[in-house]
Structure formats: structure tokens, C-alpha cells
Write a protein that binds this ligand. Structure first.
Ligand code: NAG
Ligand code: NAG
Ligand code: NAG
Ligand code: NAG
Ligand code: NAG
Ligand code: NAG
Ligand code: NAG
Ligand code: NAG
Length: 354
């Protein structure tokens, strides 16, 4: 009995010591990122579980620029890596591609340069990938198309060039794709129509060319589509009206031509088309005519009302002094009614301006 008791204590002690030593090793890596000295117990700031670091959430406002240590790639149990800082420099270490358990990767608010390492395509458990607002150049690695669990891909506000790799069509779980404010060129591939889970597609502020593909109408879950500030040409495909969940469609600041399809005008889609010099906007002309006609009608009504009151007053004056109080009452109530009509008129103008 004593021996077995001893054995158990021994085993747990060894376990404890070994897990302590792995956590010490892992902490010495994390401490570089946390900007602490090597002996600091990092588990006070990051999440440790079963002797491993599993989650790092770091918000640092640092005076000195600092870079992401490549050794982070050794934290094999890391599931969650979130770094927000005002002063990151250097590049994204390709070693991050070794974090095979990673589900969430966000790096924001720095001055990271160089391109996105293709090694990130190995992160087969990744669901969220967000590297926004840096100075990342190069093109989007086609290997990102291997991230089959990805739900959100946000690489907006960088200096990324090249095309949108057609391999992204393999992202069967993607709901949000935000690549706006980069320097992406070329046309959007029709293969994109396969991203049937997509809810939000933001591609504004790039240098995209070509036409808006009618195939985009296959994205039946789409709620937001922003293609503004590009160099898109051709007409607006009426098929987009099939997107019954679409709320906002921003096509402003392109070079679209033709007219706005009736189907889209009739739908519930909020359409933004400003600054497309070649686009005919017949509908706005019709609206303008309606406003003018309504205004003229109102004006005529007011004039008639005033004339009516004027002549009635004139006639009533002939009836002597007894009824004078009555007269002013009816005149003021008439005036109140015309004022009210004025309010309806300007309401119509306000509403149709919106
Ligand atoms: C990025 O770097 C440039 C110079 O390389 C510097 O002027 C700028 O302040 C930096 N921005 C941030 C957000 O650190
Ligand atoms: C980041 O900035 C620090 C401090 O200015 C500098 O020592 C380091 O070389 C920079 N790293 C990179 C990769 O530019
Ligand atoms: C990108 O770099 C330029 C100059 O190198 C700098 O002015 C700019 O602030 C940087 N952008 C970001 C988001 O850091
Ligand atoms: C990942 O993507 C690349 C480029 O698209 C491809 O060559 C490679 O075979 C893919 N790897 C896996 C494991 O699917
Ligand atoms: C769009 O959907 C239709 C009908 O479901 C299908 O026949 C067509 O191949 C799809 N197009 C693309 C580009 O996925
Ligand atoms: C759009 O295309 C025109 C003509 O090809 C070109 O001059 C212009 O620079 C382009 N604009 C953008 C924002 O790419
Ligand atoms: C496009 O329009 C939508 C709706 O108003 C707006 O939220 C979005 O910011 C616009 N996009 C750009 C790039 O201005
Ligand atoms: C718009 O398209 C027309 C005709 O294709 C072209 O001549 C013009 O340069 C384009 N404008 C811009 C701003 O891209």
C-alpha cells in the first residue's frame, strides 16, 4: 500500500515537473512577444491549459517597434492568436504555418511589410484569418484556398497586388471576404459563384476591371456586396435581383454603363451607383418629374385656397360687423390647413431626396 502510494506521488510529481518545464519553455517564447523578461510566468497574461499555452490575446501600445518572434511557431497547442499593436514591424513569420491547431489568427494595427507567407495555407483548422491595416505587399497566396474551415478572411487595407486567386473558390465555409482597400487588379473569376455560404463580399477600393458577372447571382446567401471604387465596366446584370437576401449593393465610383435593371429597382436591394459617368439614371429623372409635378399641384392648391379665402372675406365683409369674429376664425382655420398641406409637400421632397 505504501509502495503504490509512493509510486502515484512520484508519477504525479514527474508529470507536474515535466509540464512545468514545457510551460517554462513555452513562456520563454511568449515572453518575447509580451516584452517581458525570460523568467516571467506568462500564464498570468496568456491562457495556459494542461501545461501548454493555448490562447494569446495581446494589446500593446508600444513606443518601440517590435516584431513577431518566429519561435511562436513552436507553440504547437496554440488555438487562438490575437495581436493588436500600434507598432509592429517586420513581416509575418512563415513559422506561423506550423501552428496546426490554430483556429483564430488576427494581427492588426501595425506596419508589417512583405507578403503573406504561403505557409499559412497549412493551418487546416483555421476559421478566422484577419491581417488588416498593414503595409503587406505581394499577392494573396493561392494556398489559402486549402483553408477549408475558414469562415472569415479579412486582408483589407494593405498594399496587396495581383488577382484574387481562383483557388479561394474552395473555401466552402466562407461567410465574410473582405479584401477592400488594396491594389488588387484583374477581373473577378466566375468560379467565385461557388462560394455559396458567402454573406459579405467587400472588394471596394481596388483596381478591379472587367464586368460584374451575372454568376454572382448564385451567391444566394449574400447580404452585402461592395464593389465601389474600382474600374468595373459594362452594365449591371439584372440577375443580381435574384439575390433575395441582399441588403446593400454598392457599385458607386466605377465605370458602369447602361441603365439600372428594372428587376433591381423593384427589389428591396439598397443600391448605390453614384459616380458612374456612363450609367443612365432614368429612374432619378422620373423621381424628379414626380417631385416637380407634386410641387406645382401643391402651389396651385395653395393659390386657389388663398383666392377662395380672399373672395369669401370680401363677400363676408358686405354682411356687416356681427359676423366678423366668425370670419377671422374660418380664415385662420383655412390658413392652418394650407400650412399643413405645405408640410406634406416638403415631406414628399424630403422623402424622395433620400
Ligand atoms: C509605419 O512606418 C512608417 C515609416 O516606415 C512610419 O512613418 C509610420 O509612422 C509607421 N506607422 C505605424 C502605424 O507605425
Ligand atoms: C523593428 O524595429 C526595431 C526597433 O526600431 C528594430 O531594431 C528592428 O530591426 C526592426 N525589425 C524589422 C524586421 O524591421
Ligand atoms: C505604409 O508605409 C508608408 C511609407 O512606407 C507609411 O507612410 C504608411 O503609414 C504605412 N502604412 C501603415 C498602415 O502602416
Ligand atoms: C495547398 O494549396 C497549394 C496551392 O494551391 C497546393 O499546391 C497544395 O497541394 C495544397 N496542399 C494541400 C495539403 O492541400
Ligand atoms: C449557378 O447556379 C446554376 C444553377 O444552380 C448552375 O447551373 C451554374 O453552374 C452555377 N454557376 C456557377 C458559376 O457556379
Ligand atoms: C481605370 O481605367 C482607366 C483606363 O484604363 C485608367 O486610366 C485608370 O487609371 C483606372 N483607374 C483605376 C482606379 O484603376
Ligand atoms: C458602399 O455603400 C454602403 C452603404 O451605404 C456603405 O456602407 C459602404 O461604406 C460604401 N462603400 C464605400 C467604399 O464607401
Ligand atoms: C470609362 O470607360 C470609357 C469607355 O470604355 C473609357 O474611355 C474611360 O477612360 C473610362 N474611364 C475611367 C475613369 O476609367
Amino acid at each position: 500500500m505504501n509502495i503504490s502510494f509512493l509510486l502515484i506521488t512520484l508519477i504525479t510529481t514527474i508529470k507536474c515537473i515535466s509540464s512545468q518545464s514545457t510551460i517554462n519553455e513555452e513562456c520563454s517564447i511568449a515572453n518575447k512577444l509580451l516584452q517581458k523578461d525570460q523568467t516571467y510566468n506568462c500564464c498570468q497574461e496568456v491562457t495556459c491549459s494542461d501545461g501548454h499555452i493555448t490562447k494569446i490575446i495581446l494589446h500593446i501600445n508600444s513606443i518601440k517597434p517590435f516584431s513577431i518572434p518566429p519561435e511562436i511557431g513552436n507553440l504547437a497547442n496554440l488555438k487562438y492568436l490575437h495581436i493588436r499593436s500600434n507598432n509592429l514591424n517586420g513581416s509575418i513569420p512563415p513559422e506561423l504555418g506550423n501552428l496546426l491547431n490554430l483556429e483564430y489568427l488576427l494581427i492588426r494595427g501595425g506596419n508589417l511589410t512583405d507578403s503573406i507567407p504561403p505557409e499559412l495555407g497549412k493551418l487546416s483548422n483555421l476559421e478566422y484569418l484577419s491581417i488588416q491595416g498593414h503595409n503587406i505587399t505581394g499577392s494573396i497566396p493561392s494556398s489559402l484556398g486549402n483553408l477549408s474551415k475558414l469562415k472569415e478572411l479579412c486582408l483589407n487595407s494593405n498594399e496587396i497586388t495581383g488577382d484574387i486567386p481562383p483557388e479561394l473558390e474552395n473555401l466552402k465555409n466562407l461567410e465574410i471576404l473582405k479584401l477592400s482597400s488594396n491594389k488588387l487588379a484583374d477581373s473577378i473569376s466566375p468560379e467565385f459563384a461557388k462560394l455559396s455560404t458567402l454573406k459579405s463580399l467587400y472588394l471596394s477600393n481596388n483596381e478591379l476591371t472587367g464586368v460584374i458577372l451575372p454568376e454572382l447571382s448564385n451567391l444566394s446567401n449574400l447580404e452585402y456586396l461592395d464593389l465601389s471604387y474600382n474600374n468595373l465596366t459594362g452594365s449591371i446584370p439584372p440577375e443580381l435581383a435574384k439575390l433575395t437576401k441582399l441588403k446593400n449593393l454598392n457599385l458607386s465610383n466605377n465605370n458602369l454603363s447602361g441603365s439600372v435593371p428594372k428587376e433591381i429597382q423593384k427589389s428591396n436591394i439598397k443600391l448605390y451607383i453614384a459616380n458612374n459617368p456612363l450609367l443612365e439614371t432614368k429612374s432619378t429623372n422620373i423621381k424628379l418629374i414626380i417631385i416637380i409635378v407634386l410641387n406645382i399641384a401643391c402651389l396651385i392648391f395653395i393659390v386657389l385656397a388663398v383666392l377662395y379665402v380672399f373672395f369669401k372675406n370680401k363677400r363676408n365683409l358686405n354682411y356687416g360687423n356681427d359676423e366678423r369674429s366668425n370670419i377671422s376664425d374660418s380664415a385662420s382655420s383655412q390658413q392652418y390647413k394650407t400650412n399643413n398641406n405645405n408640410a406634406v409637400c416638403s415631406d414628399i421632397i424630403i422623402k424622395s431626396n433620400i
